[in-house]
Write a protein that binds this ligand. Structure first.
Ligand code: ADP
Ligand code: MG
Length: 295
């Protein structure tokens, strides 16, 4: 059987900056592929290209037999028609770092919204499925809670349930644990692990190396927009072949004792303004995605 996802020669530039420089990646049905790499290496861009939230500059993407984009012999990109892209996206669930849920809707309503609006599910069917999904992520008792009444970890689990409500054939995860308190990451990872065990095909950008080694079948190390190394997850993480991969893994694993380093201490003001900048950037990104999704 053909792979579920086939990415060939994927390039993406923002203006003059080439962020992806020819990424190849195939994902078999039921496979879990972890994408690791330094910040700014193009992981998020790659993920967003898979459902054309970013339009590739060159290359070819096929998901579940649907060609989403393809380079023509004259070098121009040909994209699938808008309707086909929208249809394809319905089969791809995506969970981001944060701001996944509609803040003005309860957990239940967040989950029933798309099946009712997009798939024409009845309210009764959508709600009974939503209750099942909430149960499956350990939040059966939170159906009526609003996102702000939930912890970050609970919000992310509702976000996963919401994506699953569309019965996706592929799930994309982009650092879904990195903005929740560390002690809550485990509950999200457990849900993802169960999903993997149930046979879901997953492309997971993560810094959780323990999770990647345990759950992923394959891992890809991306640096500067190129796949430097890929292989069986346990091999790549346990015995990386490239110097860059080794350096990256060392940096990630060394994070814990960093308190003892002589890194300059930042003032609370500096930290606050950086956090606010990051929040603003994230928010703008989410708004852009929402706009693109609507159009
Ligand atoms: P990662 O997820 O690996 O941290 P990203 O894919 O988010 O990396 O970003 C890769 C590079 O592309 C970064 O240098 C980032 O600043 C740039 N980039 C991402 N999105 C945009 C955009 N919409 N416009 C311009 N540059 C972007
Ligand atoms: Mg990213």
């Amino acid at each position: 059987m053909a792979p579920l996802v086939e990415i060939t020669g994927l390039h993406k530039s923002f203006g003059k900056v080439e962020v992806l420089k020819g990424v190849d990646c195939e994902i078999e049905r039921g496979e879990v592929v972890a994408v690791i790499g330094p910040s700014g290496s193009g992981k998020t861009t790659m993920l967003r290209c898979v459902n054309l939230l970013e339009r590739p500059s060159a290359g070819r993407i096929e998901v579940d037999g649907r060609v989403l984009c393809e380079e023509q012999p004259d070098g121009k990109m040909k994209f699938a028609p808008k309707d086909a892209i929208r249809e394809a996206r319905e089969h791809v669930g995506m969970v981001f770092q944060r701001f996944n849920l509609f803040p003005h809707m309860t957990a239940l309503h967040n989950i029933t919204e798309a099946p009712m609006a997009v798939k024409g599910a009845s309210k009764q069917d959508a709600e009974s499925r939503a209750h099942e999904l909430l149960e499956s992520v350990g939040l059966g008792h939170k159906a009526d809670a609003y996102p702000l009444q939930l912890s970050g970890g609970q919000q992310q689990r509702v976000a996963i349930a919401r994506a699953l409500a569309m019965d996706p054939t592929l799930m994309l995860f982009d650092e879904v644990t990195s903005s929740v308190d560390p002690e809550l990451a485990g509950e999200i990872l457990l849900v993802m692990k169960r999903l993997a065990e149930q046979g879901m095909t997953m492309l997971v950008v993560t810094h959780e190396m323990g999770f990647a080694a345990e759950v992923a079948d394959r891992a890809l190390f991306i640096d500067h927009g190129l796949v430097v190394e890929q292989g069986k997850a346990a091999d790549l993480l346990g015995n990386p072949q490239h110097q860059r991969t080794r350096a990256f893994l060392r940096a990630v694993l060394d994070r814990a004792p960093m308190e003892e380093s002589d890194e300059p201490v930042r003032s609370p003001e500096e930290i606050k303004s950086q956090t606010e900048r990051e929040l603003l950037l994230q928010q703008q990104k989410v708004e852009r995605i929402a706009k693109e999704d609507g159009g």
